[in-house]
Design a protein around this ligand. Structure first.
Ligand code: NAD
Ligand code: DAU
Length: 360
């Protein structure tokens, strides 16, 4: 069986659902259920004995160690993290706690378990660390995309904490020989994406008749990947990746934020038209994110060349499916927009003004 951390979050729950749709190999899903974790994402697995859910913190080395001894997984896929850049700006401590100290605790429990395995199982064991392109910093408009050897230059508390976790993972391979794999992926989107992030926030605000808050000039570029493509890349890396190696994962889909929001509005105008006007009328420019990275882009040639993975979805197919998913899952949206969510919206957006010189 495999042991997953953070499997109730956005990417983790997509991974668990995709894994069990394709394999009979059971999954231990270890998740703290923070505001971002949602066990309802896995409601279809409630009576499925292949899915074993355990609530807990990756920093609790004793609990993780006991579970590893009990279930003896052949691999760990580590998704659990604090993942939202804006939250890391307003409250960085949780990011250091989970992403750095938590990953350290998980690595220590894994090292103790792995060290005592028989030699053949030791060699076959894998620790796959799911990381981000944000560790590489920001690109200028004409810079080449990030490769696996681009120098680390994290700019937010979130990306700095992920960079630290990447370094810890690297050191456990180099020092102890733990068979690690690290993946650095670009921006994901798709079903079960928590509506604090750009794409689900814009879809849900649009439908609720609320402003669509564009930070700064909206010309920041992200490289978008449909979440099931990321899950397929992780499965392939787990299967064939070389221990100690790093694989960049991306969608070859660079888009400015404003272009993404326009695309969402245009799809909504067709699928769920307003009584008058366009959803574009709700766009509102607001104060920029401090330290906002201007451009991310991933060079995903290594994983294509060495492991034969490339994305199946284009931005056009993926974004349409995503909008349709949110239209079809209004109950899921209502459930996640709880009291805590409303507090976050107030905290993050109430102080943002329209920047000087920008016309709404
Ligand atoms: P998410 O915030 O949606 O989910 C995180 C999950 O981790 C939640 O279920 C949460 O309950 C759990 N968790 C948080 N702290 C924990 C702890 N201390 N112990 C156990 N569980 C804990 O995040 P996501 O967007 O699904 O991202 C998953 C991983 O992928 C993260 O490591 C993130 O850095 C990385 N990543 C995300 C993206 C993206 O676009 N979302 C892109 C590249 C990489
Ligand atoms: O690049 C991978 C990263 O992508 C992951 O590691 C992170 O976990 C994930 O959250 C994501 O980070 P971003 O900061 O790029 O994603 P976010 O959806 O928060 O923002 C995307 C862009 O949209 C960014 O340039 C900021 C902008 N934005 C975001 C919000 C929430 C807005 O203009 N308005 C908004 O209200």
């Amino acid at each position: 069986m495999i042991f997953i951390t953070g499997g109730a979050g956005f990417i983790g729950s997509n991974f668990v659902l995709d894994w069990l749709a394709q394999h009979d190999e059971p999954v231990i899903n270890f998740d703290k259920l923070t505001y971002a974790g949602n066990i309802n994402n896995l409601a279809s697995l409630t009576h499925d004995p292949r899915h074993i859910f355990v609530q807990g913190d990756i920093g609790d080395t004793a609990q993780v160690a006991a579970l590893l001894e009990q279930y003896k997984p052949r691999a760990i896929v580590h998704f659990a993290a604090e993942s939202h850049v804006d939250r890391s700006i307003l409250g960085p401590a949780a990011f250091v706690q989970t992403n750095v100290n938590g990953t350290f605790g998980l690595l220590e429990a894994t090292r103790a378990f792995w060290s005592n395995l028989p030699e053949s199982e030791k060699a076959a064991f894998r620790f796959l660390h799911v990381s981000t392109d944000e560790v590489y910093g920001t690109l200028g408009p004409n810079d080449a995309p990030f490769t696996e050897t681009t120098q680390y230059a994290p700019n937010s508390p979130y990306s700095a904490s992920k960079a630290a976790s990447d370094h810890l993972v690297r050191s456990y391979h180099h020092t102890y020989g733990l068979p690690t794999l690290t993946t650095n992926c670009s921006n994901n989107y798709g079903p079960y994406h928590f509506p604090e992030k750009l794409i689900p926030l814009m879809i849900t605000n649009a439908r609720a008749g609320k402003p669509l808050p564009i930070y700064g000039d909206g010309q920041q570029v992200r490289d978008w990947l449909y979440v099931s493509d990321h899950c397929a890349a992780i499965r392939r890396t787990l299967e064939a990746g070389v221990p100690g190696e790093v694989y960049n994962i991306g969608g070859w889909n660079e888009k400015a934020n404003l272009e993404v929001v326009h695309a969402l509005c245009d799809i909504l105008d067709k699928l769920d038209p307003k009584s008058s006007g366009s959803y574009r009328d709700q766009i509102a420019y607001v104060t920029d994110r401090p330290g906002h990275d201007r451009r991310y882009a991933i060079d995903a040639r290594k994983i294509e060349r060495e492991l034969g993975w490339k994305p199946a979805e284009t931005f056009e197919t993926g974004i349409r499916k995503t909008v349709q998913w949110y239209l079809d899952h209004q109950d899921w949206v209502s459930n996640v927009q709880s009291g805590d969510y409303l507090k976050w919206v107030e905290q993050n957006y109430s102080q943002r003004q329209t920047p000087a010189g920008v016309q709404q």
